[in-house]
Ligand binder design. Structure first.
Ligand SMILES: *Cc1c(COP(=O)(O)O)cnc(C)c1O
Length: 428
């Protein structure tokens, strides 16, 4: 960076960045503003955003409808506690989410982050069984390559690598993490595993159709449906983590819809407010909810984040849902999908490319022995795009409102930089 604004150098000494080795990683890129699909840097350059701010900004940045809704709520009541007090934005949002979600998912517990919504889902599942007198169901079944968040409980159901299971062993609850079955043989093995272990487990937890932060690994709706069926046959609850996939990302409003499954508990966050405010929801069926009804206070769900159901965030979520109703978001996702399939296909034949995967508005190129993350990031910025590779993948998840021209900037830069890498790699 040439022109650093004055707030940068002094302030940077005092922040601790996410997922960052602070000794070796180049400093972050100072941003001045965002608008639509653009991120404006402090030095005036504009980048086309390929990440949607960690998959949240599905309508692009600064959407006037969301801004107005939040501003209006800000004038009336920015926040009020949710313990003992109720407010319209939260109650109508709960009603609205229930109507949109598949099956009988109709009780909404609000929180402020995806990880916390997963913790809550896990507590709901464990206590559901306890309240039903089944006290031996203490574990969860998760999948390799899964990512469910960074808090302790959520980490325990992540892929062992992603969840730092070795580093934190002894602290993390031990769960069963198994390969996600896709073929018949794998389902036979999964079934055998469940036969031995399901009785000691409360639930399976899965990211539907796309495992995101674990490397954009994809499975078909048929696989998801079969997993759901298999788990149900073994009397397990099914927690579906739609934090990344929810709100259109995979082509339907929720990924679960494509498999026609009705989960017991769903977690939502990321695009819930269209990328404007921190909000999450854990949504349970009536059957789950009813198991907590009792004369016994201890049968209640003991959880209550301070900023639970923050009215500003709820107002933003309402406005985001309005946009899904009024604007052709799912059609936009299918156009993006078509573009990604065509534009990323040439990467498949490049040396060192392991796989190219597209689902909805998610496009991924998986690389072999990939370690050039920082160099890629810098090269993308030079090309005028914001793309942030992680693990062994380079991916885009653009805002749904992106125009063909800007989308072509993203995929063009991806093909070019992966291409250069591939050539360098073959030469050395
Ligand atoms: C991002 C993510 C989470 C964690 O959400 P935070 O808001 O970052 O805590 C959990 N599950 C999935 C599938 C995610 O993509």
């Amino acid at each position: 960076m040439t022109d650093q604004p004055d707030w940068f150098a002094d302030g940077f000494k005092h922040v601790w960045l996410p997922y960052t080795q602070m000794q070796t990683t180049p400093p972050p890129v100072p941003v001045a503003a965002t608008d639509g699909v653009f991120i404006t840097l402090s030095d005036g350059r504009r980048l086309v955003d390929g990440v949607s701010s960690w998959w949240t900004a599905c309508h692009g940045y600064n959407h006037p409808h969301i801004r107005e809704a939040v501003a209006e709520q800000l004038g009336r009541m920015p926040h009020v506690m949710f313990g003992g007090l109720a407010h319209e934005p939260a109650l109508t949002l709960a009603q609205r989410l229930s109507a949109l979600l598949p099956g009988d998912l109709s009780r909404v517990f609000f929180s402020e982050s995806g990880s916390v919504s997963v913790e809550i889902a896990m507590k709901m599942a464990l206590q559901f069984w306890i309240n039903n007198g089944e006290t031996r169901r203490r574990k969860f079944i998760g999948f390799e390559y899964a990512y469910h968040g960074d808090t302790i409980g959520a980490m325990s159901v992540c892929d062992p690598e992603e969840g730092m299971h070795a580093l934190f062993s002894g602290l993390l609850p031990e769960q069963h993490i198994v390969p996600l079955p896709r073929t018949n043989d794998e389902f036979v093995r999964f079934e055998t595993f469940l036969g031995e272990h399901a009785a000691g487990c409360a639930a399976i937890i899965i990211e539907p159709l796309v495992q995101g932060a674990g490397g954009m690994k994809m499975h078909t709706p048929e696989t998801l449906a079969r997993l759901h069926q298999t788990a149900k046959r073994h009397n397990l609850l099914v927690i579906v983590d739609e934090i990344m996939t929810g709100f259109g990302r995979t082509g339907s409003l929720f990924a679960s819809e494509q498999a026609g499954i009705a989960p017991d508990i769903v977690t939502l966050s990321k695009a819930l407010t269209g990328g404007t405010m921190a909000l999450a929801a854990t949504v349970a069926t009536n059957t789950i909810f009813d198991a907590f009804l009792s004369e016994d206070p201890e049968a209640a769900l003991m959880h209550g984040p301070t900023y639970m159901a923050n009215p500003l965030a709820c107002a933003a979520a309402h406005a985001s849902l309005d946009l899904f109703e009024r604007e052709p978001r799912l059609d936009q996702v299918s156009s993006i999908e078509k573009h990604l399939r065509e534009a990323l296909e040439p990467c498949r034949d490049m040396a060192g490319v392991v796989d190219v995967r597209v689902k909805g508005a998610i496009g991924t190129v998986q690389l072999q022995d990939f370690t050039d993350h920082d160099a890629f990031k810098a090269a993308f910025v030079e090309k005028g795009v914001w793309i942030r590779p992680f693990g062994d993948i380079v991916y885009v998840m653009p805002p749904f409102i992106i125009e063909e021209r800007e989308l072509a900037c993203l995929t063009g830069a991806m093909c070019e930089i992966v291409g250069d890498w591939s050539v360098r790699r073959s030469e050395s």
